[in-house]
Design a protein around this ligand. Structure first.
Ligand SMILES: Cc1cc2nc3c(=O)[nH]c(=O)nc-3n(C[C@H](O)[C@H](O)[C@H](O)COP(=O)(O)OP(=O)(O)OC[C@H]3O[C@@H](n4cnc5c(N)ncnc54)[C@H](O)[C@@H]3O)c2cc1C
Length: 266
């Protein structure tokens, strides 16, 4: 098996995907990374969903909270750069050949002829012939775009923002939770989802060597419904961090935004 792509240190994309879903966690165990993940990464106890009791009132902090009482599988919240490195090393141990380069074109053949991938790595162009060609280029969909048609929306779409906050104070003690049953695990160790009319916010507790209390926050919204239009990340952070600071202790900014208490939107 050949895995073609940039070296980890040359990756130009932001890391997204910091919280393993259960099938991916089982797959990681299957390929022998269970002990590594157990000893280095934070446990993830599934998903919890929070619905506002009084939608539309940002100051009302009462939520109806939903999560399974008991979990059959746990997963992990990932320190992605570290885990990506460990995963690459494990893939090599298992016999994969990691080739540095980018695919610039491909020819999709049939089961009888196989396929071809044309790659550029450094000064050299290389062509690989293969029986299976798997598109793992993510949102680029290098092969996907070749084999399907895609209609781009006419207006530029910008309705999702994500960022990390350092030295984050867990918000659970600051909201009033209504739950049908007690949980057999620590609710903070879940991925927290806040759902309302036209928006979805997620919060993933993370930890790195530098920041033990890190949280990754993502906000996605229907721009035709959500009443606070925002088209650029700069406007978004200026508007909202200012709004949060009104309610929180003075905040300093570094590579991660530092905010001590973040009231939730919506
Ligand atoms: C903000 C955000 C948060 C998310 N959080 C989660 C989460 O917590 N949990 C979860 O399960 N999912 C999450 N997702 C979804 C998840 O991140 C994606 O489904 C996942 O990253 C897709 O992985 P991938 O390997 O297919 O693509 P990517 O992670 O995008 O990786 C694509 C790779 O292909 C390489 N590449 C691109 N073009 C070429 C080329 N021409 N030749 C060679 N290599 C190329 C890139 O350099 C990159 O290494 C999130 C998505 C977003 C946007």
């Amino acid at each position: 098996m050949i895995a073609l792509g940039p070296r980890q240190e040359d990756e130009r994309r932001p890391y997204v995907g910091e919280s393993l879903v259960e099938p991916a966690a089982l797959f990681m165990q299957e390929i022998g990374l269970g002990d590594y993940l157990n000893s280095t990464q934070m446990t993830k106890h599934g998903l919890s969903s929070n619905h506002k009791i009084k939608p539309g009132d940002p100051l009302d902090r009462r939520y109806s909270v939903h999560a399974p009482h008991r979990l059959y599988h746990t997963a992990w919240q990932l320190n992605r750069p570290k885990v990506d490195g460990a995963l690459r090393a494990r893939a090599e141990e298992l016999g994969a050949r990691l080739v540095t380069g980018r695919m610039h074109d491909c020819e999709i053949g049939t089961a009888a002829t196989g396929h071809q991938a044309h790659a550029r790595g450094g000064e050299r162009d290389v062509t690989f012939s293969c029986r299976w060609l798997i598109d793992t280029t993510g949102r680029t969909r290098r092969i996907g775009k070749k084999v399907t048609t895609c209609t781009r929306p006419q207006a530029r779409q910008r309705s999702c923002f994500w960022f990390r906050l350092a030295d984050f104070e867990p918000f659970l003690p600051h909201i009033a939770m209504s739950m049908r049953r007690l949980l057999a695990y620590d609710l903070w160790e879940t991925t927290h989802h806040f759902l309302g009319h036209g928006y979805w916010i997620w919060g993933i507790p993370l930890a790195t060597e530098c920041h033990q209390r890190l949280v990754s926050i993502g906000i996605t919204f229907r721009s035709d419904i959500f009443p606070h239009p925002c088209a650029a990340s700069k406007t978004f952070s200026t508007k909202n961090i200012r709004r949060w600071r009104r309610w929180s202790a003075p905040a300093k900014c570094s590579t991660h935004q530092r905010v001590s208490r973040v009231p939730l939107l919506g």
